[in-house]
Ligand binder design. Structure first.
Ligand SMILES: O=C([O-])C(=O)C[C@H](O)[C@@H](O)C(=O)[O-]
Ligand SMILES: [Mg+2]
Length: 429
């Protein structure tokens, strides 16, 4: 068996995205992703997926060049290769990232986000070569399916007039009744039993009312609210007090570990994060201060599936829960998330996934949610197959774009409808 990588293909694509609202603004009608393929000397192809904005592409290309000749089993070596690729310092902020929703942005985190796409592609190829599913390469599954939660968004019915965009049939959700209606559709279509509302869009009282309406419509179901750090400590404490008895957890109510620690100290509501703990370096301060009770891992920016397992082990050591964060992603990443989630013993919360919002995919067959769960595939590798025609079509869209959509920019999308819009200063409320 020759596991040497002889070819690497990088295909940037633009994927349709509905008009979802968050505290930055509005999702653009198309969002960038990068599809990674590694091909071994034996002709086995593995696929991976990661962020597709320009900064990631700039790093992925030289990384891919260096990978030729390495073996798909050299997973630890991927980090060594990544360290050899220089990151242009002007491309990272060393502060909260430009998208503003995923915590600090550093050169290392950028590297890890690129590595993750390649790690998944290598695991897929290795699994196919050995006839083993990815979860077996990660030590074996502990469950046959993984629970996901319905990811509710405040939403417009359509993208702003004049913006070329696909259509969706979800309708608008701009008040408690609209949110409950969206949640009902999620349960009808996918069987989800827990719900997360993306907050930070409307004043907290309106979002409190939406959660209360959900609690009334779905009594006893786990509920979460995530304003992406839009609130002050005082506001966070007030919301936690109002919603304490219905929330499973409150996600990133305030920005940064010190603020989260203060909120945690003053309320009994567990706090989750995908913003103040997004790297191993951020763990000691957050865990010793008791700032978070659940870390939402994202294998993209934590550096892959095996780093996600390591994160879960650290969380277990400190008695901190673990679950998964999600951004706009396709079926390759959902398959990867499902494989790793199946191997994590201390996964006690349903994971986030944007996948239901993505009407387009690059797979021959979409992954299905049944009772809110995704079955863990036992087929070799990830258990997914690329649809090359779909991939080519979405790549064509990327090629045809004049550059406006090649970097995700939710504030720019909002400015089309509201020219005065600027990313709100934090805390907003
Ligand atoms: O905090 C989170 O869960 C996210 O940031 C997830 C996504 O980025 C979501 O907020 C979005 O895409 O608008
Ligand atoms: Mg979040």
């Amino acid at each position: 068996m020759n596991l040497a990588i002889t070819d690497v293909r990088l295909t940037p694509i633009l994927v349709a995205d509905p008009p979802l609202l968050n505290r930055q603004g509005l999702h653009q009608p198309y969002t960038p992703r990068l599809i990674v393929e590694v091909v071994t000397a034996d002709g086995v192809t593995g696929v991976g997926e990661t962020y597709g904005d320009a900064t990631y592409l700039e790093l992925a290309a030289p990384f891919a060049e260096r990978l030729k000749g390495c073996r798909v089993s050299d997973l630890n070596g991927l980090f060594t290769v990544a360290d050899q690729v220089a990151v242009d310092a002007s491309r990272v902020e060393n502060a909260v990232d430009v998208g503003g929703l995923r915590g600090v942005q550093t050169a290392d985190k950028l590297r890890l986000s690129v590595v993750s796409g390649f790690e998944v592609a290598c695991l897929d190829a290795l699994g196919k070569a050995l006839g083993l599913p990815v979860h077996a390469l990660l030590g074996g599954k502990l469950r046959d399916s993984v629970a996901y939660s319905a990811y509710l968004f405040y939403k417009w019915a359509a993208h702003p007039d004049g913006v070329p965009a696909g259509k969706d049939d979800w309708g608008a959700a701009l008040d408690p009744a609209g949110v409950v209606e969206q949640a009902r559709r999620f349960t009808e279509r996918y069987g989800f039993t827990s719900f997360k509302l993306k907050g930070g869009v409307f004043p907290p009282d309106e979002e409190i009312a939406a959660i209360k309406a959900l609690a009334e419509a779905f009594p006893g179901h786990p509920l979460r609210l995530d304003p992406n750090g839009a609130w002050s400590v005082e506001t966070s404490v007030k919301v936690a007090r109002e919603l304490g008895d219905v929330l499973e957890y409150l996600e990133d109510p305030a920005l940064g570990t010190p603020a989260m620690a203060e909120v945690a100290e003053r309320t009994g509501v567990p706090l989750a994060t995908n913003m103040c703990v997004t790297t191993f370096a951020e763990i000691p301060e957050a865990f010793t201060k008791g700032a978070v009770q659940v870390v939402l891992s994202d294998h993209h920016y934590w550096g892959g599936l095996r780093n996600t397992q390591q994160l879960a082990a650290v969380c277990r050591t400190f008695g901190v829960g673990v679950s998964m964060h999600s951004n706009t992603h396709l079926g390759i990443s959902l398959a990867a998330m499902t494989h790793v989630a199946a191997t994590v013993p201390n996964l006690h919360h349903a994971c986030d996934s944007h996948y239901p919002w993505q009407s387009e995919d690059v797979l021959t067959e979409r992954l299905a949610f049944d009772g809110g769960r995704v079955a863990v595939s036992d087929a070799p590798g990830l258990g997914v197959e690329l649809d090359r025609e779909r991939l080519a079509a979405l790549h064509r869209r990327w090629l045809d774009d004049d550059g406006a959509l090649r970097d995700r920019d939710d504030a720019a999308a909002m400015r089309v409808a509201d020219p005065q819009w600027v990313t709100p200063a934090l805390p907003r409320w």
